[in-house]
Write a protein that binds this ligand. Sequence first.
Ligand code: ADP
Ligand code: TYD
Length: 214
Amino acid sequence: MTTSTGGLFLTFEGIDGAGKSTHLTALAQALRAQGRAVQVTREPGGTPLAERLRACLLEEPMDALTEALVVFAARRDHLRCVIEPALARGCVVLCDRFTDATFAYQGGGRGFDPVILRTLEHWVQADGAGGLREPDLTLWFDVPPAVAAARLAAARAPDRFEAEPQVFFERVRAGYAARAAAAPRRIVRLDATQPLEAVWAEVLAVCRARGVLA
Ligand SMILES: Nc1ncnc2c1ncn2[C@@H]1O[C@H](COP(=O)(O)OP(=O)(O)O)[C@@H](O)[C@H]1O
Ligand SMILES: Cc1cn([C@H]2C[C@H](O)[C@@H](COP(=O)(O)OP(=O)(O)O)O2)c(=O)[nH]c1=O
């Protein structure tokens, strides 16, 4: 599960307002307290170019194919410039969203063709040895859209995705469920409707069970 350098690639997934960022920050702190080198990053984003693409994605109206091309372009730059070098240094890379989000938002939410998404995934994440760069572990913070919307209403102004109706997030959630069913070892579902402390306890339990935390 680890890279040859001891690097580890962990991703955080779920609909907007599920609690990803909160737990990513806490896990980074816990890992650093144990002496691990940690690279915190996010998608789309993580490099100057990818952050510019992120701003376009969140602000400019575009069709689903353009969205998919933009997120995979950002991902390519992010992998080359940040994720692969950090893994090569032996870091634990904690990434707020990755390709599962594309299958959930563009595939599930927008109804875009998953066959094309899979083609883009294979182009962008090819590891040069016939394989695919994928996360070692993905934490899926699963929560009904109504609960996430209530949390977000209290927390921040909505961007282009967060302004979508609840039915969009039902489709996104179903997209995550399909990805989790197809990769049950890599993607761990957490019940994110629980109070913050209970979700955190689940995060700790999974990370200890997988050897991410001592
Ligand atoms: N389990 C929880 N119970 C109640 N509120 C939560 C919980 N998890 C996160 N929150 C709150 O919900 C809001 C969105 O959380 P955040 O971590 O930013 O979600 P995401 O990164 O998934 O969009 C924040 O105000 C956060 O404090
Ligand atoms: C990575 C990714 C994100 N997105 C969307 C989902 C989110 O609504 C948005 C930004 O993600 P996020 O970082 O979760 O937003 P915030 O900073 O508001 O918590 O981009 C996609 O549509 N496809 C993707 O492949």
